[in-house]
Design a protein around this ligand. Structure first.
Ligand SMILES: [Zn+2]
Length: 246
C-alpha cells in the first residue's frame, strides 16, 4: 500500500467516524502504519474528523517527529508510535472522544458486558492508568483496545476498517454500559461472553459495519442510513422536490 492509498483510507475512516456521530469535535486521531517503515500517517489536530481533507494529514516518525509539515499535531499522539513498535501486527489505530466512550471512561472501570457485540472486548481491553505511552505500554499486551480513565478509548486493528468499526462497536457497548450503570441489569455470564466472542471471531460484522460507516459518510447522513421513499424516486420525486403539485 502506498502513501496515497494510506491517506485515502485515513480520510475515509475520519469521515465514516464523523458520519456515525464519533468525532465532530476537536480531538481524536486516526492513524495508519507505513508498511516496512518506522512511519505512520495521521490527521491534524486543528480540524474535526468531518472536515479532514487531503492536505490535513501528517507523516510522523517513530520518534514522534512530524515530517515536512508545520500543522499542529495532537500532544497525545505518542501512543501511536509506541503501539506500532510494540505490536507489529497492528496497522491502524483509532482514538475518538465519542460521547458514550468518554462517559464510560469516567466510570474508571472495565467495560461491562451487556450485549453480544460487547464481547469483542471481553478480556481484550486494557485499562491504562493514564493516556501516556509509558502507562499504556505495560498494559497493552495482546488487547484490541485500551480504555483511559476520564478520557476515552483507543481501538487497534490489523486494518483501518477493523480499527474503525471496533471503535463504533465500542461506542455502542459503552452506551449500554453507561445507561445500565446503577441499575440491577445483570451482566452476561462469563461462559456466554466467551462463547459469543468465539462466534464473533467467525463473523463479518466488523467488515459490514465499516462498509455501513462509509456509506453513511458518502450519503452525508449522520447516524442513520435511509433509503429514499418510493414516492421521492424518479419523476414524482423531482416534482415533489420542485414543489410541483398534482
Ligand atoms: Zn484524546
Amino acid at each position: 500500500m502506498n502513501d496515497q492509498e494510506i491517506r485515502s483510507h485515513i480520510l475515509d475512516a475520519c469521515h465514516g467516524l464523523s458520519a456515525s456521530g464519533l468525532g465532530n469535535v476537536i480531538g481524536g486521531h486516526v492513524s495508519m502504519r507505513v508498511p516496512g517503515k518506522e512511519l505512520y500517517w495521521t490527521n491534524v489536530l486543528d480540524l474535526c474528523f468531518e472536515e479532514m481533507a487531503e492536505e490535513d494529514l501528517l507523516l510522523i516518525d517513530f520518534d514522534g517527529n512530524v515530517l515536512e509539515s508545520s500543522r499542529p499535531v495532537s500532544p497525545g499522539i505518542d501512543f501511536h508510535q509506541g503501539i506500532y513498535k510494540q505490536r507489529p501486527e497492528i496497522n491502524a489505530i483509532v482514538h475518538t472522544h465519542g460521547e458514550w466512550g468518554t462517559a464510560q471512561s469516567a466510570l474508571c472501570r472495565p467495560l461491562r458486558m451487556y450485549h453480544n457485540l460487547s464481547t469483542y472486548f471481553y478480556n481484550k481491553i486494557a485499562v491504562s492508568p493514564d493516556d501516556t505511552l509509558e502507562a499504556i505500554g505495560p498494559v497493552l499486551k495482546d488487547n484490541i483496545a485500551v480504555m483511559m480513565p476520564w478520557h476515552g478509548a483507543i481501538c487497534l486493528g490489523r486494518t483501518i476498517g477493523e480499527a474503525t468499526a471496533l471503535m463504533a462497536t465500542y461506542e455502542y457497548a459503552a452506551k449500554l454500559d453507561v445507561r445500565l450503570s446503577g441499575t440491577d441489569a445483570p451482566e452476561m455470564p462469563a461462559e456466554a461472553c466467551a462463547r459469543q466472542q468465539v462466534l464473533l471471531g467467525k463473523a463479518t460484522y466488523l467488515e459490514l459495519t465499516y462498509d455501513l460507516m462509509l456509506r453513511r459518510a458518502r450519503n452525508g447522513i449522520r447516524g442513520e442510513v435511509k433509503s429514499p421513499p418510493a414516492k421521492l424516486a424518479g419523476t414524482d420525486g423531482h416534482r415533489l422536490l420542485a414543489g410541483v403539485k398534482d
